[in-house]
Design a protein around this ligand. Structure first.
Ligand code: SD4
Length: 310
């Protein structure tokens, strides 16, 4: 049984982000405004893992990716952008003000500045500075992402930041508004201590985010390389089109990633969350530890553990 309006988002940071989105939805606002406002909350949290407070790349610079889609199938995205606090709003501006879908790097930054976005200092947050100094001690380049278990995630990325926050690098959000229109957003610092210039799934339409108002919407988190190689969220939406529930569509897409990777799938995490045009929602992930925040009433968000396969 569907809920409308409804907003869901990835990880525990989704609880706060959903509050921002719910303010829009409860007043009859548009899903697109809700998913932008919602993840802006997370981008603003300095001690968080998304936005300018996040872990830098291995050269010590924070580089951000984001994407957004509306109910008409319009899309905007930005990748490898630096010193801009709200990449999600730059993505929206690209969607609405240019004939393009995606801008990257210094070109994206130039566009943002020309649109009035302030250019922030190139300076790490205290938590990120600490985490980076820790990483530099070994400088072991072994990309790993989001293994949220007690074993920790190896030397590449600390399981938790010094302040105790989880080391998630992304928030993905999906909403359906009172009119039944869908939108989605995704914003990330990518992978902590990544190679300079590395871009993940989050700004790639059909990989990190996909919205089709006739069917549903999906967003991903986890090891972006694996999501890109399966066109993950486009796959989830197409599986819903074929009649699968959001949860089952996410499960089938996760199974495909596991099948292709065999034993290696134990070493990384991917999670999808999805909603359909009836306001039903669901999620699935490779392994234990992923959760998502759901809000459809003034009572607030609840955090739900994603079902996992391994
Ligand atoms: C990426 N999918 O850049 C992102 C990372 C992520 O929680 O989701 N981290 O690959």
């Amino acid at each position: 049984n569907g809920k409308m309006p409804l907003v869901i988002s990835t990880w525990d940071a989704g609880i706060n982000a959903n509050k921002g989105a719910w303010e829009v939805l409860r007043n009859g606002g548009r899903a697109l405004d809700a998913v932008e406002k919602g993840v802006m909350v997370t981008e603003s949290e300095l001690s968080c893992c998304v936005g300018l407070g996040a872990n830098p790349d291995r050269d010590g610079h924070v580089t951000l990716d984001a994407s957004i889609m509306d109910e008409h199938g319009n899309a905007g995205s930005v990748a490898f952008i630096e010193r801009i606090k709200h990449p999600i709003s730059v993505a929206r501006r690209i969607m609405e003000k240019t004939p393009h879908v995606m801008l990257v790097g210094t070109g994206a930054q130039q566009f943002a500045v020309s649109e009035g976005f302030p250019l922030e200092e190139d300076k790490l947050s205290p938590d990120a500075q600490k985490a980076y100094e820790e990483w530099l001690k070994k400088s072991d380049y072994k990309p790993q992402i989001n293994i949220e278990n007690t074993k920790g995630s190896g030397s590449f990325a600390p399981n938790k930041l010094a302040n105790g926050a989880w080391n998630h690098d992304t928030i993905g959000m999906l909403a359906i508004d009172a009119k039944g229109n869908l939108s989605g957003s995704c914003t990330t610092s990518g992978m902590g201590f990544k190679m300079r210039g590395r871009v993940g799934d989050s700004p790639i339409i059909g990989a990190g985010l996909y919205v089709d108002n006739e069917v549903g919407a999906a967003v991903s988190t986890g090891l972006g390389e694996e999501v890109i190689k399966t066109c993950g969220t486009h796959l989830v939406v197409e599986l819903m089109r074929q009649g699968n529930t959001p949860e089952n569509a996410c499960k089938l897409a996760i199974e495909r990633i596991i099948k292709r990777n065999g034993d290696k799938a134990k070493d990384f995490q991917v999670a999808f969350i999805a909603i359909n045009n009836k306001g039903e929602y669901g999620a699935y992930c490779i392994q234990k530890g992923f959760n998502f925040a759901v809000c459809y009433a003034d009572s607030g968000s609840q955090l739900i553990d994603g079902k996992h396969i391994l």
